[in-house]
Write a protein that binds this ligand. Sequence first.
Ligand code: CTP
Length: 433
Amino acid sequence: METFEIELESFLKTILPVPELYEFLLIAQNLSKKRGEFLYFAGGVVRDYLLKTLYKKEIERVKDLDLVLQGDLKSFLKELLKKVKGEILFESQFLTYKVKIYLNGKKFLIDFITARKEIYEDIAKLPKVFPSDFKDDVLRRDFTINTLIIGFSPPFEGILIDLVNGKKDLERGLIKPLHLNSFVDDPTRIFRGIRYKVRFDFKFAEEFFLALEKCFKKEALKKLSATRIANELKLYLNKEPEEKLKELLETTFYLNIFEEAGIKAEKENFDSVIRLLNELRNELNIKEREKFFLLGLLNPQFLEQALRLGFTELELKEIKKNIEFIKKYSKDWGRMSLWEKIKFFKKFSPSYLLALAIYFSEIREEVIKYFKEYRKIKPELTGNDLKDLGIKKGKEIGELLDLLRRKRIEGKIKTKEEEKDLIIQFLLKKSEN
Ligand code: CTP
């Protein structure tokens, strides 16, 4: 075990997202001293601090403060929340707590973790956890670069503890699992390792490949649940810099992870999926983006594999139906008018339509335009305006609003006045008949 002295005040000032938290941490520190329980920082927050200060890497501000207590965390938090206004929001089966606190009228979320040992009884299944000491807590972790801890109270106040040469691997930029069974225990670590490698521009250590081999041999990725696979892939999209997405997907592909997980990812799709995600950034909500991203990775001939990405049987049926539908129409695509195409696009949910635009490149450009432009074009006149102009309530109003929208899209009318004229002409024609 190697130890180094750390200037705690400068550490805290560097990592804290907001200065208000400083005082809160001092209260927590005093409490741990009074109770004689060891409190420390672990994981990403320590890793990123070292990358920033020792190795001058550009690191975004740390978002998660992982604070670990070697002791009785529940009773610790009860006492802490008598000193600070706040509440426990969530207690997990892994002895972790999400705590909301109020400081100077602002709300903060902090994760507290019990120092724990993990036991994996089954391949790719969640572990059993037991409270333990900081050594077990370090040794249960995924990669050596994530094992460094900084003590916040005695017996290691202001001490950086390095049990497995994590500091050296951080210096050399190496992604190294702690043992060769690491990915058999928890194959999600493979995706995590890929994220760290790509995020920091690091290299995989020899041990990474050996652990991967073991994982493939035991078919652990096949045993990983679809929800957990989907969650890991969604982190590529939501947690990593946008410009790294291609490298993340390609690394996953070349390491054969998709295949081993039972997913036939189509490498040729990656570029167009990324392009559409970027171009339509403001047109989709997070759920729609995620669904499109996952579906877009697949080859439409092997769509069953959507089940390995967390889609339900019902969703799969719907997507397949959509594909049959589009195949039927694609023969006439060239002859369909713009309006007919728009009516056609409207039938699909946004994420499915975009996945179809990946599978059928002939509709792609028009789908993009549909999201960016056509979908937003609406008449200025409202249903009520039409009633005021003398149209009777009911189906006719809907049809006329549709007609106005169509003329707008086709560029035949541009102003509210022109819309009114069109309606008046319609009424005149109707009275003539
Ligand atoms: N961890 C692990 N195995 C996992 C998930 C997490 O060993 N399958 C450990 C890692 O040591 C990690 C810590 O739990 O450092 C916290 O996990 P998380 O918050 O997901 O990652 P961070 O280290 O905070 O890194 P980042 O959020 O920057 O990706």
